[in-house]
Design a protein around this ligand. Structure first.
Ligand SMILES: C[S@@+](CC[C@H](N)C(=O)[O-])C[C@H]1O[C@@H](n2cnc3c(N)ncnc32)[C@H](O)[C@@H]1O
Length: 223
């Protein structure tokens, strides 16, 4: 029997054990810690998940779907005879940029999702190619690709027409473009590699930079 129950009128069999001094303070502290942990975890979850979810809310939804190993292999195959700079537009976790750097390219990735950019930098460092790779947190529509001689894109069909126009304006005629999984709508590919979802289409800029006979830009006008 607790000493604290002495002197009360409550019958002994109805008396509840009284908290030891300090016990309610301890409980409050643990309550605060638990609330802090749950709140902190929710904030962290929100911060990590948001960049992966927001692409779905954009006009053109380009989600993070990493290239398959066969896809990466096909990209490298069609770039075997090429040198210089390479850009992966929407570089995801950096796998194409890193693989290209290992093949001797000075390789760059532009990616909207900061977590993927930080992870790509970490991967590049771990795989020893951090000096020949760069990753930027950028919106692909706000970047000029004019300085790159090799361009890789794993996009979605809804964006390819607009990207075709952008690359046509941005790139020099020495550039080569590789489209993964989805081809460009009006350019004629110079080459393809792989099959099914791993297909890549190759476009040499000299073909799409040269105005086609009879096209609006190709027709010389006296007016
Ligand atoms: C289909 S994934 C391709 C990833 C990588 N290139 C690969 O092949 O493994 C497309 C990537 O583009 C990114 N992305 C989406 N919208 C973008 C934008 N406006 N600017 C830059 N990157 C974007 C996504 O976050 C995603 O990582």
């Amino acid at each position: 029997m607790s000493e604290l129950n002495h002197g009360t009128n409550i019958p002994e069999n109805e008396r509840r054990p009284t908290n030891a001094p300090g016990e309610s303070g301890n409980r409050k502290r643990w309550g605060l810690i638990a609330t802090g942990l749950v709140g902190g975890s929710l904030v962290a979850l929100y911060a990590v998940a948001t960049p992966f979810v927001t692409p779905a809310l954009r006009k053109v939804c380009l989600p993070f779907v990493p290239a398959t190993p066969a896809q990466v292999e096909n990209v490298l195959k069609v770039l075997q005879q090429r040198t210089g700079t390479l850009v992966d537009i929407g570089s995801g976790d950096g796998r194409i940029v890193i693989a290209a750097a290992k093949q001797g390219f000075r390789a760059v990735g532009f990616e909207l999702n900061p977590w993927l950019v930080w992870f790509s930098r970490y991967r590049a460092w771990r795989e020893g190619v951090n000096h020949s790779t760069s990753f930027y947190i950028s919106d692909l529509w706000k970047v000029s690709f004019s300085q790159y001689t090799n361009v890789v894109i794993f996009g979605v069909p809804q964006m390819m027409a607009q990207l075709e126009q952008k690359l046509q304006a941005d790139l020099q005629s020495s550039a080569r473009v590789v489209a993964c999984r989805f081809p460009f709508p009006t350019w004629a590919p110079d080459e393809t590699a792989g099959e099914g979802i791993d297909t890549v289409w190759v476009y040499d800029a000299k073909a799409f930079k040269t105005p086609r006979a009879g096209s609006e830009r190709g027709t010389t006008s006296e007016n």
